[in-house]
Design a protein around this ligand. Structure first.
Ligand SMILES: Nc1nc2c(ncn2[C@@H]2O[C@H](COP(=O)(O)OP(=O)(O)OP(=O)(O)O)[C@@H](O)[C@H]2O)c(=O)[nH]1
Ligand SMILES: [Mg+2]
Length: 366
């Protein structure tokens, strides 16, 4: 026991400077809510608007839940946050596995937070490579950003269809914006359909590419190059610098063959290294120029409006599909009709029509 404490009774104790509580009150609220399992969309919304990361994380968990009750709550929450969203810059990053997306986001994101931005990193990765892929990779590749108080990193929701995963990411964007993040970066692996989904939720789409030996234009589907607002050849460091320079020229020449994108913006090809930081400033400049250009031309807001309509349609598709396949009556009927289809007794299209008629008929009677 210290000397001062022993003689406390006879000493005049000054109040001193008030100390902050040792436990973040926000996280305590969230904990209490979770324990009683009663946290409401209104409480989550209030926390999110105050910038509470624990409320934001919990809210995204709610969005990712497949329980009907949670989905209703998530919808109410997203609706409530919508008026406070939309003010960020949304950036999509794509490229083949191993191109360096996560490492790029670590360096680029860090550069943005150094400049005063608040950065949220989300992912669309329906393959959900839980053991070897992005989730582990993101944790180790984004070490600095993970520890940065101005950054929030959330791995891709695991499991489910691309449509389901993309919907969850899009809703998470709204919540992150309501929580005050001014830059949202979305990583997606460039191997399937996920680029289209991500392109439809971002303002600027950056394609990362590797310099190969003579195969510079292989491995990247033409469609993906057409979608890009910016292209960057990664790993331009060490003895790779010469090769990235050559690749840059080849991609520049290839881009001339493409029709101009709907934004009217001419995509640029740049080189960068997430390790040395070379080229990151230039990519930031390009992003700023792109934003100026599209804001002035009106494309920026037109594109966002069109994206909202696109996602409404995607949601209709998703809900119709989920409603159909989750209907127990339909799964019975599906089981009954499949043998007829495999044996050629009924055509695929007739079988599909019969099932849909049964589904719609049943819904009408409800
Ligand atoms: N030399 C060098 N290596 C890099 C650079 N960027 C990434 N790498 C390395 O490339 C490998 C893959 O990097 P990631 O950032 O995980 O790549 P990714 O595109 O996110 O990979 P997936 O998430 O699996 O699709 C790692 O070993 C990185 O250290 C760079 O700029 N220079
Ligand atoms: Mg990655």
């Amino acid at each position: 026991m210290g000397k001062e404490e022993k003689s406390k009774g006879s000493l005049k104790v000054n109040k001193g400077i008030e100390q902050p509580p040792s436990v973040n009150p926000d996280s305590m609220d969230a904990f209490r809510g979770r324990r009683r399992n009663k946290i409401s969309p209104a409480v989550l919304k209030e926390g999110i608007l105050k910038g509470s990361i624990s409320h934001l994380s919990q809210a995204i968990t709610l969005i990712e839940s497949s329980l009907g009750e949670h989905q209703d709550m998530a919808m109410e929450l997203v609706e409530g946050c919508l008026p406070f969203s939309g003010k960020s810059v949304r950036i999509g990053i794509t490229g083949v596995p191993g191109v360096g997306k996560s490492t790029f986001i670590e360096s680029f994101g860090g550069m943005l937070t150094d400049r005063g931005s608040r950065v949220a990193v989300l992912a669309v990765d329906p393959s959900s490579r839980l053991t070897s892929g992005s989730i582990l990779g993101d944790k180790t590749r984004m070490e600095r950003l993970s520890a940065d108080p101005s950054a929030f990193i959330r791995p891709s929701p695991s499991g489910g269809s691309l449509g389901g995963v993309a919907k969850k990411t899009r809703e998470s964007i709204i919540l992150c914006e309501a929580a005050g993040f001014d830059t949202i970066i979305i990583e997606t692996v460039g191997v399937g359909q996920s680029e289209t989904a991500v392109k439809s939720m971002v303002d600027f789409f950056l394609l990362l590419m590797l310099a190969g030996a003579g195969d510079e234009l292989q491995g990247i589907k033409r469609g993906i190059m057409e979608m890009a607002d910016g292209l960057a050849i990664t790993k331009s460091d060490g003895n790779n610098v010469a090769r990235t320079g050559i690749a840059k020229t080849q991609y520049e020449n290839a881009l001339h063959l493409y029709p101009p994108p709907p934004s009217g913006w001419k995509p640029r090809v740049q080189t960068c290294s997430a390790v040395t930081g070379e080229g990151l400033d230039d990519i930031y400049e390009t992003l700023r120029n792109y934003l100026d250009f599209t804001r002035k031309s009106g494309f920026f807001s037109k594109n966002r409006k069109e994206q909202s309509v696109y996602w409404m349609r995607e949601n209709i598709d998703l809900q119709l599909k989920e409603g159909f396949y989750n209907d127990p009556h339909i799964s019975d009927e599906l089981g009954k009709i499949i043998p007829g289809v495999t044996e050629g007794k009924i055509s695929s299209s007739m079988a599909a029509r019969e099932l849909l008629m049964k589904y719609l008929d049943k819904r009408e009677k409800i």
